[in-house]
Design a protein around this ligand. Sequence first.
Ligand SMILES: NC(=O)c1ccc[n+]([C@@H]2O[C@H](COP(=O)([O-])OP(=O)(O)OC[C@H]3O[C@@H](n4cnc5c(N)ncnc54)[C@H](O)[C@@H]3O)[C@@H](O)[C@H]2O)c1
Length: 371
Amino acid sequence: MIIGVPKEIKNNESRVSAVPGAVQELVLDGHTVYIEKGAGINSGITDEDYEAVGGIILDSAEEVWAKADIIYKVKEPLKSEYKYFRPGLIVYTYLHLAAEPELTKAMVDSGVIGIAFETVKVGRGLPLLRPMSEVAGRLALQEGARFLSKVNGGKGILLQGVPGVDVGKVVVVGAGVAGTAAATAAAGLGAKVTMLDVNLDRLTELSHIFGRDVETLYSTKYNIAKSVKDADLVISTVLIPGARAPKLITKEMVATMEPGSVIVDVAIDQGGSTEYTENRPTSHSDPIFVEDGVLHYSVANIPGAVAKTSSYALCNATNRYLRTIAKLGVKESLARHPELIPGVNVANGKVTLKAVADDLGYDYVPVEEAI
Ligand SMILES: NC(=O)c1ccc[n+]([C@@H]2O[C@H](COP(=O)([O-])OP(=O)(O)OC[C@H]3O[C@@H](n4cnc5c(N)ncnc54)[C@H](O)[C@@H]3O)[C@@H](O)[C@H]2O)c1
């Protein structure tokens, strides 16, 4: 098969889908790998690094998209890339379609096969989302702490506190991968940490891991309102796989927070999990907006800020399935690796993931019927 690796074009997106070790494996498997010139440079990978392992550099995105059977990307295709879609082309990347009606329409109309990293599912785990959630959770704490400083518009709080002065309070909504990474980092600083989730088994597990370092609370509107009221930093990481994020933090709740507090909405890539951030993603070059005196951070590609770490972490997880798809084709790969079935969001003009179909008003067609 022919695999194409275009350069990412989202604002300040410095990651690349394929690192040299992965390109080498694909080439040794007998595939051809085309990489757009400069695609890896912001992750510290040169064109020569790719060429040394058998990758072929092409000058333009257009050539990469045109030659490839499988496009291997990081972020969802942007509008300027829709023109490259064609029937049967496999697009293997993060898609977040429930929050992207225009992209969904372009993919459905063109007949591409869209395999989304974030909905590949092993048991209850999302193995291709996990590495970026690990990064995003850690960075959410780091970025939140940065914007709590007075010079960045925050209330002027040092989360660690100092002897004689209280520590800050961090509230984490959603106790999955990103939430746990954020809470671990916050507890490591010695902040007061509260985690909320609807999954009681997960809360039990976390209370055994963290002990008294982290307070766990069942996630209800009442408990969220009570917790965020006196929080310095709120980090929201809720996820209902494939679906739009529920708007758990309301404008009314934000109004009760102290001015200069910070909300980091990690779940922005699924449409946003607060009433103010809903459909209001920000970018690394302009990450914050202020509503009701509270700073809202809703960058949709947080891991892009640490591209070198993130490209390797992501590729470690995604390349395994790419090799399978390239070797067996989509149909046979789904038969041998059923965890890939929920990864197929659109195929041959149909929406094949129920959560996306329901959210965006399409008829749902099971993958087995669409392919
Ligand atoms: N902005 C970014 O750059 C970026 C990067 C990586 C991940 N993400 C996003 O972060 C989100 C979380 O990812 P994850 O891998 O941690 O997911 P996860 O599935 O591991 O965790 C999500 C948690 O949310 C919980 N949840 C569901 N409904 C809830 C509710 N009503 N109240 C409280 N908790 C609830 C689930 O029980 C689960 O524990 C996803 O939307 C993902 O796409 C964003």
